[in-house]
Design a protein around this ligand. Structure first.
Ligand SMILES: NC(=O)c1ccc[n+]([C@@H]2O[C@H](COP(=O)([O-])OP(=O)(O)OC[C@H]3O[C@@H](n4cnc5c(N)ncnc54)[C@H](OP(=O)(O)O)[C@@H]3O)[C@@H](O)[C@H]2O)c1
Length: 288
C-alpha cells in the first residue's frame, strides 16, 4: 500500500518499536496519529516526526491504557476528526514483575496489553477504510502458556510475571484470530507479530529479577538485541507491503508468515476471550 497521505494510528508511539515504526512510516508519507500517555514524550516524538519528514500533519491523542475511560475518551476524540484510518497498530505494552491492578480493578498486564487495544479497536472500527490493516504486536512468549487462564483471570492467584505477560500476549493473538474472521467480509485485515528481542525501554524501570537481567543484557550485550528500527521492521512490513494485502489472521516474525502453536489457533478460546473482553470492557462490538 502506498502510504502517501494515508492515516496511520499507532499506540505507544512515544518509545521503542512504536516510535521507530512511526518515524519510518511517516518518512514513507503517512500521517501519524500517536496514541500515548506522556505529553512530554508525545511532543518529543512529534518534533522528531516533523524533523524527519518536514511535515506538520502528525497528531496525537492522550490515553492511559491502564484506564478504560481514558481509552474511550481517546477513541471519541479520534472519531470526532472523522478522518478515515488506513492502518491501526496496537503496539503499546508493558512488562512488569509485580501484581498491580488498574483503576478498573483488572490485572495491569492483561488490561494494558490486551483490554485497552480490544476496546480502542472496537470503538475505531467505524473509521476503518476498506482495505485497512490492523496490526497487533504480540510476543513469541505466548507459546509458553497452555492457554488463557480463564479460571483465574485476572491472574490474581500466585501471580507470575512471565506468565502474566504471556497470557496478555496470547490474548493479542486470539483477539487477532477472531477479529480477522469477523472483518473478512469487509476487506479489513488483521494480523499479529512478534518483533524479536528488541533493545527498548520495555520494563526498564522494573526492579524484578527477570526484567533487571533483561535490562543488564540490553546494556552490556546489545549485540544480542535488535535496535528499535530493526524491531519495527515487521510492523512496517505489515503496514505497507503489497505482498500481504489480502492476508489476514496470520502471525509474522521477521517479515515472514510463521505457523502459530496450537494454543494460538484455539478458536474456541478466542471466542471465549472475546466474550470475556466485551464483559470486562463493557463494550459490545457492533455486528460486523
Ligand atoms: N522489546 C521487546 O523485546 C519486545 C519483544 C516482544 C514483544 N514486544 C512488544 O512490543 C510492543 C512495544 O514494546 P517496546 O519494546 O517498544 O516497549 P517500550 O519502548 O517500553 O514502548 C512501549 C510503549 O507503550 C506505551 N505504554 C506503556 N504503558 C502505557 C499505558 N498505560 N498507556 C499508554 N501507553 C502506554 C509506552 O508509553 P510511555 O513512553 O509513556 O512509557 C511506550 O510508548 C509491546 O506490545 C511489547 O509487548 C516487545
Amino acid at each position: 500500500m502506498k502510504l502517501e497521505g494515508k492515516h496511520v494510528v499507532i499506540t505507544g508511539a512515544t518509545a521503542g518499536i512504536g516510535q521507530a515504526s512511526a518515524i519510518s512510516l511517516a518518512k514513507s508519507g503517512a500521517r501519524i496519529t500517536i496514541v500515548a500517555r506522556n505529553q512530554q514524550k508525545i511532543e518529543n516524538t512529534l518534533a522528531t516526526l516533523k524533523a524527519a519528514t518536514g511535515r506538520d500533519d502528525h497528531r496525537f491523542v492522550l490515553a492511559d491504557f491502564s484506564c478504560l475511560a481514558s481509552v474511550r475518551r481517546a477513541a471519541e476524540e479520534i472519531l470526532s476528526w472523522d478522518d478515515k484510518i488506513d492502518v491501526l497498530q496496537n503496539n503499546a505494552g508493558i512488562a512488569s514483575s509485580v501484581y498491580r491492578e488498574t483503576s478498573d480493578g483488572y490485572e495491569e498486564l492483561f488490561a494494558v496489553n490486551h483490554l485497552a487495544g480490544f476496546l480502542l479497536t472496537g470503538l475505531l472500527l467505524p473509521l476503518l477504510n476498506e482495505g485497512a490493516r490492523i496490526i497487533n504486536v504480540s510476543a513469541m512468549i505466548y507459546a509458553s502458556v497452555k492457554g488463557i487462564n480463564f479460571d483465574d483471570l485476572p491472574a490474581t492467584k500466585n501471580f507470575d510475571p512471565l506468565k502474566g505477560y504471556a497470557y496478555s500476549k496470547l490474548a493479542n493473538i486470539l483477539f487477532t484470530k477472531e477479529l480477522a474472521e469477523r472483518l473478512k467480509p469487509h476487506g479489513v485485515t488483521c494480523n499479529v507479530l512478534h518483533p524479536g528481542a528488541v533493545s527498548t525501554t520495555l520494563g526498564a524501570e522494573d526492579k524484578g529479577r527477570v526484567l533487571t537481567i533483561a535490562s543488564f543484557l540490553i546494556k552490556y550485550f546489545p549485540i544480542f538485541f535488535k535496535t528499535p528500527e530493526q524491531g519495527a521492521a515487521t510492523s512496517n512490513y505489515l503496514s505497507e507491503s503489497d505482498d500481504i494485502a489480502n492476508v489476514t489472521g496470520k502471525y509474522f516474525v521477521n517479515c515472514k508468515q510463521v505457523p502459530l502453536k496450537p494454543v494460538g489457533e484455539d478458536m474456541e478460546a478466542a471466542k471465549r476471550l472475546w466474550a470475556l473482553s466485551e464483559k470486562m470492557t463493557g463494550f459490545t462490538y457492533p455486528e460486523i
